[in-house]
Design a protein around this ligand. Structure first.
Ligand code: MN
Length: 489
């Protein structure tokens, strides 16, 4: 049943293989447009063209960016980098960044971990003579054929890659064509593998299959004390880094004037300067945590708890903390949470977090006419909205989230299990632990049995015995009863 479900979700491998990916990464050429993208970059190299790189300002985006810079360096392609700031710039590709790129004489655009929702801006870039390559793993609604677009769900590869993992596969694809194998990258590019793993962990994509493979390799590299990242961290702090220490330090990074401190660790230059940069990154980590907590306290003052969601709107909340705060509130109230604050360019920006089976992406999609732009994943999505539309948001969103909940649960959940197959829940909870967020409909379940077998892993089991239908929301913390109905005995 679980394997059937995985197949339906686009995975070729069984759950055993996904949980223990021992051998190799899946072939980069399973992804549509990946080979074409390498040919495209080779052509750009031949013509001496210059790239405009745009990346999402988070761990995954910046990891993708640095890995892709390694690829461009292998191809001798010059580049300019712009990482839009969450505090000041529109999300992803914008007119502002394109104009900046034109001033810098760039000839083509390469967007990482962003871009797929920016259809108008892509068109604007093309009208200005730029070819476009997008590498993104966010949800997308339309089919695009006027530009190159690599996405984990396009093609027959492993469908749950982070952008950083997809970037590593693009890099790997280039090396395969040059006659090299993964061991070559493992030896020669340890930092790219570590960064790819950091993006995977920070973005909380499912830790199975290729993602798990990359994380395991990164841990081995750190154990072997290899790479610049290891060396700089170890010499600057006198401590042994773990993969998680990299994730937590680098995730706090913010971009300034389109650049990130992390980039400087990978530019040519002397090691003592790089150690300085790393120490500054560690300071920023502390500061960022402090600012996020302050913003959370502020948010608590303005919290509006409704029947179906939690909403916070306040001008002074730090934009970089919106997602983090929404996540804290979602967990606390076990309701979809939306936090909205004000950006310097006069636009309001919101982040929403929810849990399976409630797709906040779908809820936003239904009211997208209100937004300047929006995008993300099912359980983590963001938007921007003009002041004059903000006043309609709460009513419209309420309606939309209600519609999301009115659906027939049995059809809406990811997987359906009946009482005779209760043992299959074991595998499903295991997937949950691996960041595989999913929902499960349990049909005709004896509560006593459920409690006996899964009592420590499922929360909110009804106290009263009997036979129930219920919906579980499953994440890394286990299962949680989201909806229940007692059946006649
Ligand atoms: Mn990402």
């Amino acid at each position: 049943m679980v394997d059937e479900f995985l197949k339906k979700k686009g995975s070729k491998d069984s759950i055993e293989v996904l949980l223990n990916p021992l051998s190799l990464l899946s072939s980069p050429f399973d992804y549509e447009d990946l080979k074409k993208s390498i040919d495209f970059l080779k052509e750009k190299s031949e013509y001496g063209e210059k790239a405009l790189l745009i990346a999402h300002e988070d761990m995954d985006g910046i990891a993708s960016l640095i890995i892709s810079i390694s690829l461009l360096k292998s191809l001798n392609i010059p580049y300019e980098v712009y990482i839009p700031s969450k505090e000041e710039d529109p999300h992803g590709i914008s007119h502002k960044v394109i104009k900046w790129g034109i001033e810098k004489d760039t000839n083509f655009l390469f967007a990482l971990d962003c871009g797929i929702s920016d259809v108008r801006e892509i068109k604007y870039a093309q009208e200005n003579g730029m070819d476009v390559l997008i590498l993104d793993h966010h949800r997308y609604g339309h089919s695009y054929d006027s530009f190159l677009f690599i996405h984990p769900k396009k093609g027959s590869g492993f469908p749950y890659l982070s952008a950083s993992a997809l970037s590593l596969l693009l890099f790997y694809g280039y090396h395969i064509l040059e006659g090299r194998d993964f061991d070559y990258i493992y030896r020669e590019n340890p930092d790219e593998i570590i960064l790819s793993a950091c993006g995977i962990l920070a973005d909380r994509v499912p830790l199975i299959g290729d993602n798990l493979f990359i994380v395991k390799k990164a841990k081995q590299i750190i154990e072997e004390k290899r790479g610049n990242l290891y060396r700089i961290y170890n010499e600057a702090t006198g401590k042994e880094p773990s993969l998680w220490s990299f994730v937590s330090s680098f995730s706090a990074l913010t971009s300034r004037e389109g650049k990130s401190l992390l980039l400087y660790l990978f530019e040519d230059g002397d090691i003592s300067l790089k150690k300085e940069y790393l120490l500054r990154i560690l300071k920023e980590e502390k500061l960022s945590m402090k600012l996020s907590k302050e913003s959370l306290n502020l948010a608590k003052e303005f919290i509006d708890i409704r029947e179906h969601f939690v909403l916070v709107v306040d001008k002074n909340i730090r934009l970089r903390s919106l997602g983090w705060i929404a996540n804290v509130l979602k967990r606390k109230y076990y309701l979809p949470a939306v936090v909205i604050a004000y950006r310097k360019d006069g636009i309001w920006v919101g982040e929403g977090r929810s849990f399976p089976p409630i797709s906040i992406y779908n809820a936003f999609n239904r009211i997208k006419d209100l937004f300047v732009d929006f995008g993300g994943h099912h359980y983590a999505a963001g938007f921007s909205i003009k002041q004059e539309n903000l006043k309609f948001f709460d009513k419209k969103f309420e309606e939309s989230i209600r519609k999301e909940k009115e659906k027939n649960w049995k059809e809406k959940v990811d997987i359906l299990i009946n009482g005779d197959y209760l043992h299959e829940l074991e595998d499903i909870l295991n997937l949950g632990k691996k960041n595989f967020y999913l929902s499960c409909y349990l049909e005709n379940i004896k509560i006593e049995e459920l409690r006996k077998s899964f009592g420590g892993q499922i929360y909110g089991i009804p106290a009263e015995n009997g036979i129930y239908d219920m919906v579980l929301s499953i994440d890394e913390n286990g299962g949680r009863v989201f909806w229940k109905s007692k059946q006649t005995e």
